[in-house]
Design a protein around this ligand. Structure first.
Ligand code: ADP
Length: 634
């Protein structure tokens, strides 16, 4: 604080005394202005806003104590310091009166120069502290009042609210005066579903010194707003928590955006699942029809047989795409369940090779396989692991021009890991796509001798399946035309022999011996019911058909079939309910019930078993599996 920046008003009607005081102040470096009476003093205080008034009590017009009172009660001048002075022999009573009139200090004559300056400096220091405090309060007030969030301050020792910012009234549409009277008033507008949770969490805040809740408030106009409410401990100079600061922000817009994103994601997943499901439905009848044609005419012309194979292959291809789509939808919803067992690496790799070899051969590629000599086990789902490798081999064959070279090698890595590498000398992957090819629906160029096919979901699914096995996958390629390599790195088990090895290569034993068995085929898709029925006839089964729940019950009662092959998605009453109805009746308790559904998740299988089914088949029903179930002991 520089003395020359300080302005002091010296008020005294005695010329000599006033002059003496002005000199002392000027010598100390202060700027001084003078007034001889109370009225002039008051108008100069208003005009010039001095930092301090040196005010003699005895003035010709207005008494000095009254002048002081008016300075202090006027808001614009209340911060001006007043040092009251009086002539000698003033009594104690005058001093008390002066101080009670609002003076910041009182000096009685004779006033020594050093005493006066020391008093002036003390008051100026006090004034600076007051001004700083006021400014800080002002800054806080401006911030608290201009921000839309609500600020609250609570005292920890007596657990009371000390402050709430004006935004409370706008946000809550409630009065803060009422809140001060009844501190729980803010809870009354909280959505009933959130209220108790917030109340108890809020009550515990002084103990926990932590509070963070998102909740809804329902305002008087019925509008619902989402709030994010947080409280933080505030420590004093001794590092003790003595207050809690709380901030409540309106997050309705962010919540809506989040919800819109989630909804879009759910819609996308639902759409994918429905699309896959709908696409899968026609595949069953097509597959049955081809089987039927083959069975009906074992010595068909070569052209006929080839056409049948083309249809079979294309149906298999479609079924694979549709399965991938369904898998992606399930993984996104976290609904996929892996049947994890100890799995031998070479076994599932062989199975993947068997699946893809026909396509590799059609494209005339050379396949070089180098497996591990030792049996190596990992924890995993053999079908899914084979699916991963088959997908990579299939891509290698697809993205390599005819007569290319594909290799598959396995190597052991330190720290109980093994790496499977699928390499090709095909079209390669541009550097900037090496990461994005694992994104859903991401597609690069087709091989020059192939039209673009696929949906761009294979690698995304592969990556997710690898991750579900705690593995990592990455692609390497020197760029266009340089071929590609996919490295899949899995943790392996350290064990001498498996507890229960999965044998992915072993298919179901198809023994179609049921000659006299009767099967009731229930499907609302008439084509599907017909082809299944014809196929079963061809294998020697006697069949009946029904297309809804009522006729199913009627035919079952009339013909007492040995097996009912029941589609789940029936109109009005679904297959689960039909199964329950059948099982309730004593004559159907031993009947073999096989569910045929478009949904193949473990949860769906369990649902079928719970409803009373013996077996669960996923559409398009695998014929061998169906025959196996039919001939299995009931
Ligand atoms: P899709 O094959 O249906 O397009 P994928 O998810 O299997 O979908 O593959 C995504 C993209 O990655 C492909 O479109 C292709 O551009 C690229 N890609 C995958 N495998 C290879 C490979 N072996 N060589 C070159 N590009 C590949």
């Amino acid at each position: 604080m520089n003395a020359s920046d300080i302005l002091i008003l010296n008020v005294d009607d005695n010329d000599g005394a006033r002059y003496a005081k002005t000199r002392i102040l000027q010598v100390a470096g202060f700027k001084v202005i003078e007034a001889e009476n109370g009225a002039d003093a008051l108008s100069m205080v208003l005009d010039r806003l001095p930092d301090l008034v040196l005010l003699d009590v005895k003035l010709p017009d207005i008494n000095g104590i009254e002048v002081c009172r008016r300075i202090k009660e006027t808001p614009a001048t209340s911060m001006v310091m007043v040092l009251q002075t009086s002539a000698a022999l003033t009594g104690r009573a005058d001093k008390i009166r002066g101080l009670e009139g609002g003076a910041d200090n009182y000096l009685a004559a004779p006033i020594e120069a050093d005493e006066l300056i020391a008093n002036v400096n003390a008051l100026l220091r006090l004034r600076k502290t007051q001004v700083d405090l006021k400014e800080s309060e002002e800054r806080f007030r401006q911030m608290a009042e201009s921000i839309k969030d609500v600020f609250w301050i609570f005292s920890v020792p007596d657990q009371t609210m000390l402050y709430v910012s004006p935004a409370y009234e706008a946000m809550w549409q409630r009065s803060s005066a009422v809140l001060c009277e009844s501190p729980d008033d803010w809870l009354d507008v909280i959505h009933p579903d959130d209220r108790e949770r917030v109340r108890s969490s809020f009550q515990a805040k002084f103990q926990n010194q932590h509070y963070h809740e998102d909740f809804r408030i329902v305002r008087s106009d019925g509008s619902v707003r989402w709030m994010r409410d947080r409280a933080f401990p505030v420590k004093n100079a001794n590092h003790e928590v003595y207050r809690m600061a709380r901030i409540t922000s309106d997050i309705t817009d962010a919540k809506s955006a989040e919800k819109a994103l989630q909804d879009a994601d759910i819609h996308k997943d639902q759409f994918l699942a429905t699309l896959a499901h709908e696409l899968r439905n026609p595949l069953g009848p097509i597959r049955n029809a081809v089987e039927l044609m083959r069975h009906a005419d074992p010595v068909a012309s070569e052209m006929h047989a080839q056409a049948g194979e083309v249809i079979s292959r294309q149906v298999d291809h479609m079924a694979r795409l549709v399965d991938d789509l369904l898998d992606i939808a399930r993984i996104s919803k976290g609904k996929i369940r892996l049947e994890k067992n100890p799995v031998e690496l070479n076994t599932f790799i062989q199975s993947a090779i068997e699946t893809t070899l026909p396509f590799i051969n059609i494209r005339n590629h050379a396949l070089n396989v180098s497996l591990l000599d030792e049996k190596t086990w990992m924890a995993g789902d053999s079908v899914r692991l084979a699916q991963i490798i088959a997908n990579l081999l299939n891509n290698a064959a697809k993205y390599t021009p005819r007569s290319g070279e594909i290799s598959l090698s396995v190597e052991l890595l330190p720290a109980n890991r093994a790496k499977i590498i699928v390499r090709d000398n095909g079209i390669g992957i541009p550097f900037d796509q090496l990461h994005t090819i694992f994104d859903l629906f991401s597609q690069g160029d087709a091989a020059p001798d192939r039209a673009q096919d696929g949906l761009g979901i294979g690698l995304s699914l592969v990556k997710k399946l690898v991750e579900l096995h705690h593995g990592v996958i990455h692609a390497e390629s020197p760029g266009q035309g340089g071929g590609s390599a996919f490295h899949v790195d899995f943790p392996i088990l350290q064990m001498e022999s498996p507890v229960a090895p999965d044998d992915a290569a072993a298919g179901p034993g198809a023994t179609a011996a049921g000659t006299a068995l009767t099967v009731l085929v229930v499907d609302d898709n008439i084509d599907s019911a017909h082809t299944t029925s014809m196929l079963l006839n061809a294998y020697g089964y006697k069949t009946y058909m029904a297309h809804d729940a009522i006729s199913t019950m009627a035919i079952a009662r009339q013909h007492a079939p040995d097996v009912i092959l029941l589609d789940i998605g029936l109109p009005v009453t679904n297959g689960y309910d039909v199964a329950r109805m059948l099982r309730k009746q004593p004559q159907f308790q031993k009947i073999k019930l096989i569910a045929v559904t478009g949904y193949g998740a473990e949860r769906d299988r369990q649902k079928a078993i719970d409803a009373g089914f013996d077996h669960h088949l996923v559409k398009p029903a695998n014929i061998a599996k169906l025959l196996e179930f039919l001939s299995a002991p009931g």
